[in-house]
Design a protein around this ligand. Structure first.
Ligand code: COA
Length: 318
């Protein structure tokens, strides 16, 4: 059964799926395969899947396209969903890709008088009760139960079979584990982790991991020390779109000098030692970066590494 409120009452959506034929996806791991099945159940087409890690692709039967780290990457103008399970990596990608984002809601989900933000996914059998507000790029996993007047911020993941009672607030980026129960009125801070099966009866601080019944804090982890794989770390340390533009410029300079292109850029890469730039090439790099980003990277002193360039370009956008 499909509750029509779930499709008619979505003021936060940038893109109502009923008005489009298909949805682009970013990220081809396990989470992606579930979202593809939801999109198909909604009568829409998955148009293509972008991913940088081609060796891990699992989206059979759908075009696989180069990801954001590839200079060839072009953001299609149509609606997209970032189908990456890791909340931090999903935030990095969504921030960089920008809208329009679509929302995927499985027809078996029951959603009553609530709002679901752009980029969010509600899976099979999930229940979202009245006057709940779910932010953007959230995952409401299989059979999760979210009761009335919950506030679920952006980039949250509520795992399978987790239960949130009424008036719970889950802060940005937090992950509620499988089968966890959160009693009414609890505030879960941002980027927190509630362990599988936990019973949460007290507020959870920002960045805390809680486990057990009753749930107790076992650690507080700041974002920087989260265990991320190399790909996720690279997304966070260098905005992907900026990185791909910079890679393109670096390779143009190398190409003009008859040198081999580089496949990747690390923050620690030295312009002279690792990329082999001499002073003429450094000058060309400066001119090209200024033309592209409007920033003179050598304006206030010498720049030695890719990371120092990135910091100047990011600072300009702040
Ligand atoms: C909470 C969690 C993130 C902790 O992972 P971690 O930071 O790697 O912590 P560790 O595995 O080192 O465990 C630390 C301690 O907490 C205990 N612990 C871990 N998870 C627990 C849980 N869910 N419930 C009770 N105790 C738990 C461990 O036994 C260990 O106790 P000890 O120090 O007495 O040996 C993880 O165990 C968990 O529950 N993840 C949720 C997975 C999930 O829901 N997936 C759904 C996917 S859709």
């Amino acid at each position: 059964m499909r509750n029509t409120d779930s499709i008619t009452n979505l003021p936060d959506q940038e893109c109502n799926p009923r008005e489009v034929q298909g949805i682009w996806l970013y990220g081809a791991g396990g989470h992606n395969s579930v979202v593809i099945s939801i999109i198909r159940k909604m009568g829409l087409e998955p148009l293509g899947v972008f991913d940088d890690r081609h060796e891990e692709l699992k989206a059979a039967g759908i075009p696989i396209l180069p990801g954001i780290l590839d200079p060839e990457f072009r953001r299609p103008s149509g609606p997209l969903i970032v189908t990456v399970g890791n909340n931090l990596a999903r935030k990095a990608l969504a921030t960089d890709l920008q809208g329009p984002f679509a929302t995927a809601i499985h027809p078996s989900a029951l959603i009553t008088e609530s709002t679901i933000g752009p980029g969010s996914v509600v899976m099979q059998g999930a229940i979202v009760q009245t006057r709940t507000r779910i932010g953007g790029h959230a995952i409401i996993n299989t059979a999760a139960s979210i009761d009335h007047e919950n506030l679920i911020d952006d980039f949250v993941h509520i795992s399978p079979n987790a239960t949130l009672s009424g008036n719970v607030h889950v802060g940005e980026g937090s992950w509620v584990g499988a089968g966890a129960t959160v009693i009414q009125g609890i505030r879960i801070g941002k980027w927190a982790m509630v362990g599988a099966g936990a019973v949460v009866i007290r507020d959870v601080p920002d960045f805390a991991t809680v486990v057990g019944n009753p749930a107790r804090v076992i650690k507080i982890t700041n974002l920087e020390s989260r265990v991320l794989d190399d790909y996720e770390s690279s997304l966070l340390s260098m905005p992907p779109r900026l990185k791909s533009n910079l890679l393109l410029i670096v390779n143009q300079v190398l190409n003009n000098s008859g040198k081999e292109p580089v496949r990747d850029l690390g923050r620690e890469s030295s312009l002279q030692r690792d990329l082999g730039f001499d002073s003429v090439e450094l000058a060309e790099l400066t001119v090209r970066i200024e033309a592209e980003f409007g920033v003179d990277i050598f304006a206030d002193g010498i720049v030695r590494t890719v990371g120092e360039i990135v910091d100047k370009l990011v600072k300009k956008d702040e």
